[in-house]
Design a protein around this ligand. Structure first.
Ligand code: ZN
Length: 123
């Protein structure tokens, strides 16, 4: 039971930590979307290493492999967060006022209600 809880934590805790740490930065007018994205990735990797190292170096190799497998879920979660960041936060005025107008071939056509910027983002 304890191992299941451990695996559950490893599967999402690093991604959640990186989201919680970078979400307040959305309000900063000095940071570009790319900077927030990179910071989030750095926190994600650091948190992953902190979670995985004690598990991998422990005696139980089965749990070690399972932990590595479930840790991939973090990247799916972070990808979703990344998509939200680029399709909500305006690269011009840096407010979360973007609206998705159309999506085709993984390209999002975005419009900012606040500053009137039209922009495309390719996933
Ligand atoms: Zn704007």
């Amino acid at each position: 039971m304890n191992n299941y809880l451990l695996l559950l934590g490893i599967s999402s805790a690093p991604a959640v930590a990186s989201m919680c740490a970078t979400l307040p930065l959305w309000h900063s007018k000095h940071l570009r979307n790319r900077t927030i994205h990179t910071l989030g990735l750095i926190i994600l990797f650091l948190a992953l290493i902190c979670c995985l190292l004690p598990v991998i170096t422990s005696e139980d190799t089965g749990i070690g492999f399972a932990a590595i497998a479930v840790s991939c879920i973090n990247f799916f979660l972070f990808r979703h967060y990344e998509r939200l960041l680029y399709t909500l936060r305006c690269p011009g005025c840096r407010h979360a006022t973007l609206r998705v107008r159309a999506v085709h071939h993984k390209t999002y056509r975005l419009h900012c209600k606040r500053c009137g910027l039209y922009t495309d983002w390719h996933e």
